[in-house]
Design a protein around this ligand. Sequence first.
Ligand SMILES: Cc1cc2nc3c(=O)[nH]c(=O)nc-3n(C[C@H](O)[C@H](O)[C@H](O)COP(=O)(O)OP(=O)(O)OC[C@H]3O[C@@H](n4cnc5c(N)ncnc54)[C@H](O)[C@@H]3O)c2cc1C
Length: 367
Amino acid sequence: MIYDIAIVGGGLTGSLTARSLAARGRSVLLLEARPLGHTEGSSHGTSRIFRRAHPVPIYADMASRAQHLWRKLEDDSGVALLTTTGGLDYGIDRHPRELYEAVRANAVTCELLSAAAAEERFPGMRFPTDVLFQPDAGHINPNATIAAALAVAETDGADIRIGTAVEAVEHRFGNVSVATSDGTFTARHLVVAAGPWLPEILSRTLPDIPDPHLTVTEQNIFHFTETMAPGHWPVLICMHHRTFYGLPSGADGGPEPALKVGRHDPGVATTPASRSGLPDPHTRDLVQSFVDTWLPGLASTPVREDTCLYTNTRNEDFLLDRRGPITVASPCSGQGAKFAPVVGEMISDIALGLSKTPDRFALSAHL
Ligand SMILES: Cc1cc2nc3c(=O)[nH]c(=O)nc-3n(C[C@H](O)[C@H](O)[C@H](O)COP(=O)(O)OP(=O)(O)OC[C@H]3O[C@@H](n4cnc5c(N)ncnc54)[C@H](O)[C@@H]3O)c2cc1C
């Protein structure tokens, strides 16, 4: 059989792309090397921030479209995926007032609060500046999303192969031949959505595609039990000399309600094969000090901790582009999860030749 599209990778990007293509009646093969829910890449766990407050219009527009598509996937799968908690942006480097104007110009509902008003509204939090409040921000559950997207795609006819590693790719007679740990498959087009493995796959199996200069970094995550207002915390981005984020942990934080707190600034450069898997003590100290100073409604010692991989482009813009029968997708830089359903639609359009890559997501923008 010749599939219309084969996809390498069953993280958020690959599984939402499979869901989009299968819903359009295309024959889809998804090849994922590792077990579902594995913790070696970027999409594992139960919590990622969803927010529409983005100063750049294309991302603000994508987030609005994504919000509808999250709800559509919830309807189609019968699984709750996006929880609305409200979201806060603050800190001198976040420029809350300017962000407020930019976000309102993008037609996103939001409010600008003084630090005192925000402290009254959000017990357990202190603020160094004014605060942008966005009511429809919240968090998504990546593990549940991947399972839901693959189940819906499978119902629509997609062939999902978990535990099947792509080893080599060859162009043959206008098609793409994909050699895997479980035999060779042929497709008219290949989407490579391999997260932090993308740099290695490009250099090893697709040397004709120009190097987009991706850097993989190991990020640290810490879960702090909520001692005030348990179960009622918003998501937050604080850029005050350093950039921290926080969001309800879901099951990742253990049985008690907890907030997941991390630094967004890129961590130590690494590869999936050489990562340490261990949070580094310096980042733990910085995160703990941030929590002690600004989040007094959390316990001051993390109850759990973990690491995860970002795949970064040089300017944090996504890479979604096509060269002949191959589409490469790196929608990460630590901000890709919220857009996953709309990115799945965009990758499908690009792979099917239905729309051109937006300039800032083109390979040429990353060379
Ligand atoms: C700590 C952390 C916090 C984050 N927080 C947020 C957030 O709050 N909000 C937000 O919007 N985004 C966030 N992100 C970013 C978001 O999680 C990522 O953008 C997204 O998960 C990327 O998914 P992916 O499918 O591209 O990559 P991955 O999830 O890594 O998936 C790639 C898959 O490809 C598979 N693969 C690799 N090589 C092969 C091969 N040869 N054959 C077959 N399969 C292969 C891998 O096994 C893997 O499952 C965060 C990321 C991290 C790491």
